[in-house]
Ligand binder design. Structure first.
Ligand code: GRF
Length: 192
């Protein structure tokens, strides 16, 4: 079997990005596979999605980074994917997985970082917004950008409609971002 990047996905809620990743991982040519899904919310629907795909799940107590780190280590995770994980990771955590944590954010960063990015875009009156896949650093949505996708804001848009339109693009670019990283890492690995 080809070597694949081992992903640990951190979630807190619905998990539609997780599902997009899990679907992509079913393709033999996809350069990554999910080895563990970790949630800081026992009620997260994302956990049900993971179980449907037979992926091991871990529920950690809120804010317990030691438990998260232990679960990542146990599953020998290469890359941590934040997918609707509603907690800022500490600088110490990020240092341990330096350049190995990525996130999806529902705006064209550096515009509208932080919470409620879609609402911020609507309230600001921008005509184009979108989604960003980026590496995570110690700041709030400030890490190096990997990929972006643009989404129009339509006249009479509601928050819900805009969120849905952005989510579709999130699912697409998260997969594209993983392909870029996965192929690069595996290629680098082979040179050794
Ligand atoms: C997405 O909009 C993502 O960009 C943000 O949180 C939301 C998670 O959605 N970080 P889901 O749980 O993947 O459906």
């Amino acid at each position: 079997m080809k070597k694949k990047l081992k992903l640990g996905v951190l979630v807190s809620g619905n998990g539609s990005n997780l599902e997009a990743i899990l679907k992509a991982c079913q393709k033999p040519s996809f350069p990554a596979r999910v080895v563990v899904v970790i949630s800081n919310n026992p009620e997260a629907f994302a956990l049900q999605r993971a179980r449907k795909y037979g992926i091991p799940t871990v529920v950690v107590a809120k804010n317990n980074e030691a438990e998260i780190l232990a679960a990542l280590k146990k599953s020998k995770v290469d890359l941590v994917c934040l997918a609707g994980f509603m907690k800022m990771l500490s600088a110490g955590f990020i240092k341990k997985y330096r350049h190995r944590i990525i996130n999806i954010h529902p705006s064209l960063l550096p515009s509208f970082p932080g919470l409620h990015a879609q609402r911020q875009a609507l309230e600001h009156g921008v005509k184009i917004t979108g989604a960003t896949v980026h590496f995570v650093d110690a700041g709030c949505d400030t890490g190096p950008i990997i990929l972006q996708g643009a989404v129009p804001v339509l006249e009479n848009d509601t928050l819900e409609k805009l969120k849905r339109r952005i989510l579709k693009v999130e699912h697409k670019i998260y997969i594209e971002g993983l392909k870029v990283i996965g192929r690069r890492v595996i290629k680098t690995g082979r040179k050794k």
